[in-house]
Design a protein. Sequence first.
Length: 198
Amino acid sequence: MEIQKTRSNSKKQIITAAFENFVVHGYEGASLSLIADMVGIRKASIYTHFSSKEALFLELLQQAIIIECDYIRTCFAEAGDEKLPGEAYCYALKKQYSHSVSLRFLIRMAYAPPADLIVAITDGYFRYIQVLLQQIQSALRLIDLNEDEVTLYSDAYLGIIDSLTVELLYDQSFYERRLKALLFLYQNTLQQSLLKQN
């Protein structure tokens, strides 16, 4: 039983170190030797848990998707009576990016995927976006919009998240300004649509 517990702890430590290594160095630059050094094990010990660098990477991708999809669901569930559907997640995104290595990993790999893993990354990122889409659609359905409008504003919302994500990835100095401008446009357009119906 003790051996199993040690293996489990080692695997968790490898995953934690690997997340940081892949975020900093990308797939091509990530090093199993460096990951092993960070954990304090021999490189060969990584192969006890993962058959290859690619297998480790794919495990990280799956974990990142699960963690970040759960975060999206939690953020929308806790938003309560926000006046603008999806606003809470927009405000939480920057903080989540700075605190969550799994989000940094997911975003970096989605925007600069290694050529050999494009399909796996695209499929995974699509699952993440689908959860976000489902959450914003559910939030928009709570206000008085028809299905065409729900689709329209959901797509606009995804565009906002996309824009904010690019700011997080490349230069966070304009994040707050971009967030304020995009939410202003989103809110005004949504309010005009609701006023037309009344």
